[in-house]
Design a protein around this ligand. Structure first.
Ligand code: NAP
Length: 242
């Protein structure tokens, strides 16, 4: 059995989650990743993780499905024996003006981005309480703090994650479990590939879009170094929101 710490990162076949998994593996973590359906991307990520000489395994399930999350967490605990760091990262967008927003698109975004954090965290929290340590990182967004036209569903989910983060931090601090959120700005991934980013960059003080690695380094900081930080929302947006 490996002595390494163990991280579980949801939505880590691609994009930000993948970069987080790699950064944690570089810091010596064994890594369990989750994904929705993209087997090829998940397999590639696992190969990259294993080349860093850590244990790594992928779990395919829908984070919006409570029972699937519980079953997957059970499997991860059976395979890795513990979870030290949980990154609730998986997310989707279903953008559209509110006037035309369907209940289906509302539910899909709330369930995948917000309820998923509840579904993943609840089966893990008991083991973190027992081991009297743990770190939970929730992937929010600047739009959860400031809103965005065309993203009422997504902004509501990301704002919900901030309330979830602060409440859990208060409940679990005495058990040495830290809970924080990250609020990325515009990060170059599949999620943002269709946006017209040229105009956006003009408004970003650092004059570039973020890279998944910019978020991953913050995840590693929160997991490894931020021993007195809990209940915070760390903006990683190139200064877009100042
Ligand atoms: P991405 O490139 O679209 O990747 C999404 C990841 O989530 C993939 O691994 C995908 O798995 C997985 N996923 C999607 N739906 C899922 C479901 N129902 N069950 C399980 N896994 C699911 O997205 P990203 O840009 O890296 O975003 C990651 C997180 O950061 C999201 O929460 C997003 O809201 C947040 N964020 C992103 C930005 C940005 O600018 N990109 C900004 C702020 C916040 P498959 O590969 O199998 O589909």
């Amino acid at each position: 059995m490996s002595e390494n710490k163990v991280a579980l990162v949801t939505g880590a076949s691609r994009g930000i989650g993948k970069a987080c998994a790699i950064e944690l593996a570089k810091a010596g973590y064994d890594v369990a990743i989750s994904y929705a359906g993209n087997d090829e991307a998940a397999n590639n990520t696992i190969e990259e993780l294993k080349s860093l000489n850590v244990n790594a395994k992928a779990y395919k399930f829908n984070v919006a499905d409570k029972d699937a999350c519980a079953k997957a967490v059970e499997e991860v605990l059976a395979d890795f024996s513990k979870i030290d760091v949980l990154v609730n990262n998986a997310g989707i967008t279903r953008d559209g003006l509110f006037m035309r927003m369907s209940a289906e698109n509302w539910d899909a975004v709330i369930n995948t981005n917000l309820s998923s954090a509840f579904y993943m965290t609840s089966p893990i929290i008991r083991t973190m309480i027992k081991q009297r340590s743990g770190c939970i990182i929730n992937m929010s967004s600047i739009v959860g703090q400031y809103g965005n036209a065309g993203q009422a569903n997504y902004s509501a989910a990301k704002a919900g994650l901030i309330g979830f983060t602060k409440s859990l931090a208060k409940e679990l601090g005495s058990r040495n479990i830290r809970v924080n959120a990250i609020a990325p700005g515009f990060i170059q991934t599949d999620m943002t590939k269709d946006l017209d980013t040229e105009k956006m960059v003009e408004h970003i003080p650092l004059k570039r879009l973020g890279q998944p690695e910019d978020i991953a380094k913050t995840v590693k900081f929160l997991a490894e170094d931020a021993t007195y930080i809990t209940g915070q929302v760390i903006g990683v947006d190139g200064g877009l929101v100042i």
